[in-house]
Design a protein around this ligand. Structure first.
Ligand code: ADP
Ligand code: MG
Ligand code: MG
Length: 207
């Protein structure tokens, strides 16, 4: 199995491990299905990737992941993550190894995709509150000449802080926005799944 396929499987396994946790977070401010949705999607992804030829580049693999998520995950998060990954596939087309600059371009494209699709911005208690500060921290790492793995570590810490930050703000997008002020104090499930995925990627490349 190629390294990039193994990395995605590691992300999928982290989501599946956290299925109950993500679902419980969504029970508080949503409809108690985020973990179920995400685990279902990544089970389909793992199944799909296990049948994929060895010689596929990162762009092709990500396109496959995106299409699988879009077609297997209901709810808001499936199409949003699917769009993000589809966009990230573009700078990764034809590549078998990723450098920090390419990862930065992929991450930027992913966030642009989420914003276009979901019409949300940072501070609305969504996945963007983890993904955007994570990209910023990653970019600071690159600017300072750090290695890819160190940039990813900075990103993971920023995403974790972003998850904590979601507890302090009111949701204005997605299902949690129906609760208004009552969403305060609760952690956003989508920001949490984003952090889990970044952390899983870090752990995969660190091991
Ligand atoms: P649903 O809310 O349809 O049940 P999920 O529970 O799977 O879908 O996903 C909920 C998560 O999706 C939220 O926690 C939030 O992070 C994210 N989300 C919802 N709406 C948006 C949006 N417009 N833009 C970005 N992220 C969003
Ligand atoms: Mg939900
Ligand atoms: Mg739902």
């Amino acid at each position: 199995m190629s390294k990039h396929v193994a990395a995605i499987i590691a992300i999928g396994q982290a989501i599946i491990t956290n299925k109950e946790y993500l679902t419980e977070l969504d029970r508080e401010i949503g409809d108690a299905d985020h973990g179920i949705n995400m685990a279902k999607g990544f089970e389909a992804v793992i199944h799909k990737l296990s049948g994929l030829d060895e010689d596929k580049d990162v762009g092709f693999v990500l396109k496959t992941v995106a299409m699988t998520l879009i077609s297997s995950v209901g709810g808001a998060a499936g199409p949003l993550y699917g769009t993000a990954i589809l966009r990230a596939a573009v700078p990764a087309a034809g590549k078998f190894e990723l450098d920090a600059m390419t990862v930065q371009a992929m991450w930027e494209a992913a966030i642009t995709g989420i914003k276009e699709r979901g019409k949300a911005s940072r501070g609305e208690k969504t996945m963007l509150d983890a993904l955007e500060p994570a990209l910023e921290a990653f970019s600071v790492g690159i600017r300072d000449g750090k290695r890819l793995l160190d940039c990813l570590n900075l990103a993971s810490m920023a995403a974790q802080n972003g998850v904590e930050y979601t507890k302090t703000i009111v949701a204005t997008k997605g299902r949690a926005s129906y609760l208004g002020e009552r969403s305060l104090g609760h952690q956003d499930p989508g920001a949490t799944s984003s952090f889990i995925m970044i952390k899983a990627l870090l752990d995969f490349f660190r091991s």
